[in-house]
Write a new protein. Sequence first.
Length: 121
Amino acid sequence: TDEIDTTYNKGVQAIKDRNYELAANLLAPYADYNTAIAYVALDKNISAQAVLTSLEPNAEVNYLLAIVYSRLGYDEKAVQCYLDSCKEDHNKVFRGNRDPEISVLIRRYNLNQQPEDEDLY
């Protein structure tokens, strides 16, 4: 359709404005990546997990799932999602050091460690 979805656009704008409660309410029917972002920002991790696991896996989805799983205490799943996201997008290695949920995993499980002449993956 060529019709602009104003509700969805308002939800995305609410994320940009950091009004995550409004964003979650507007985006809930869409159950997409932006919906998950709003849920994560609100610490609604079970809701975020439900949305993210229904999406096609990619670097962004896996990275956000790693954060959610870490918050929920599922370290093994969090580590696997983080590593999968890094395989698809090497920039996630650097981002992981800045996110508290991921940096804890990196230190705890010695992730991102590699010999000098080998690739991370």
